[in-house]
Write a protein that binds this ligand. Sequence first.
Ligand code: DHB
Length: 321
Amino acid sequence: MAVDLRTRLGDTELPNPVLTASGCAGSGRELAQFLDVSRIGAVVTKSVQLVPRAGRPTPRMAETASGMLNSIGLQGPGIDAFLQRDLPWLLSRGARAVVSIAGSTVGEYAELATRLSAAAGVTAVEVNISCPNVAERGQVFACDPSAAAAVIDAVRARTRYDVPVFAKLSPDVTDIVTVARSCVAAGADGLSMINTLLGMAIDPVTMRPVLAGQTGGLSGPAIRPVAVRCIWQVRAALPDVPIIGMGGIRTGQDALELILAGAWMVAVGTTIFHDPSACVRILRELDDELAQRGIERLADVVGLAHEPQAMAGRRPARNTR
Ligand code: DHB
């Protein structure tokens, strides 16, 4: 039995719901050595900024017991090079491109949205308002509902009407639902969650912070339960708002967990660093997980964990975790 994995991202139909997570696959070029970028749902780019940036000093990555800390500092080529080189490359390969943007002021986000609107072929814009590696915590727009809304309002107003705008939320808040509501009220068509959690590691030998930037974003399996909880809470409060779920997905079963919590699509991040073709494997595993349970359509399981009798009358699958 073939499972219908199709999903929609605004006006664009995606063949399946497995995306790359922003920051973990550049603009897709390196990934193309390992997989056909047109086969996955979409490539979500590393956050693009107005000007090129070298990022923070090294070391800027550190392994943790069940994940990774990074403090890259939004390294990237800037919007001009992205539009001239990276976006055309993605489109030439038949990939669907979700462009992540990041700025330090509302005006920078607005300018990025204006520049992207002039380009054809953008499937969606993901607004990174939750990068943990900014100079001051006050710059993490997603930690404040009205600051988050100001960015989303500016981006939505300047983005082509047929291109959906997703707000990428931070789990490092007291109440993620308040921020989610604020972004949706400001015009977000969907929500991406979660970004990394702010973390830190200290080397007991040098007795100094491991990362040059001292603090960094924690990702990987350690954060999956946090992602599940955030998606669950937002789905319960805003059941009609599309969610791209990310946070520690390593297997098809992990992807299914986020989907059951309420994600319409999932993005695969940290695991790509040691398994560059992970998106294709996870897609195959997700397909198997659904088929084993006798589920015909992905859409039938989105948010299903919220239903009291979720598995009534269905074939239970063996829990292989
Ligand atoms: C960076 C940005 C992020 O959104 C994140 O979660 C981690 C790191 C960065 O470029 O520093």
